[in-house]
Ligand binder design. Sequence first.
Ligand SMILES: [Zn+2]
Ligand SMILES: [Zn+2]
Length: 222
Amino acid sequence: MPAGSGSAPRKGSAARREPDAAFVLDVRSLGRRPGTMRELHRTVTTVERIGLDLIAVPVGAEIELDLQQQAVSEGVLVTGTVRAPLEGECSRCLEPFTDEVSVYLTELFAYPDSTTEQTTDDDESYRMIDDTIDLEPVIIDAFGVELPLQPLCTPDCAGLCPECGVRMAIAGSDHSHEILDPRWAGLAKFATASPGDGSPDEGAATAADHSADMASNMTEEK
Ligand SMILES: [Zn+2]
Ligand SMILES: [Zn+2]
């Protein structure tokens, strides 16, 4: 069975798309002697968004690959770190935020005539095709597992006020809506009317304050 003679592109994961050449490595020169190793340091600029609905590596971002390729008996083993910037939308307060993702890969790309190739389905293992390996589906799968389905702008994001929808980070921790006993509703109207004028000068004294003043004045004036 000749290796990769005119083989059509195989279907990998469901997210398979046109291969982005920047993610494809030619491993012919690595050879097949088990133990042979090669370092790979490459920066790839994304041409497609990679990630989930609320958080992803955006288009035009730089993905940093710090990988080792090692020939093993069944194929080429790729190990190392992949780093990329993220753009997300907080699932709690709905604000956009940026972050970074870093995953450690350990993936075997099976030789076309290897036992692994013959005993697994296409979607169970990655394959070497025409002496190349395509890292893109591996990275898409790894980020898909690593990224949160419900991302947060900060781990303790306070979200939105359930009463008025204001973002709690802006409103401050003392933001609240007093739920008043209906028996006091009349008084509450009276109490909240005054700060509403907003004028900080003394002319804005409340009716209640005013009457209190009068009362104290009266006692002072004998
Ligand atoms: Zn948030
Ligand atoms: Zn509120």
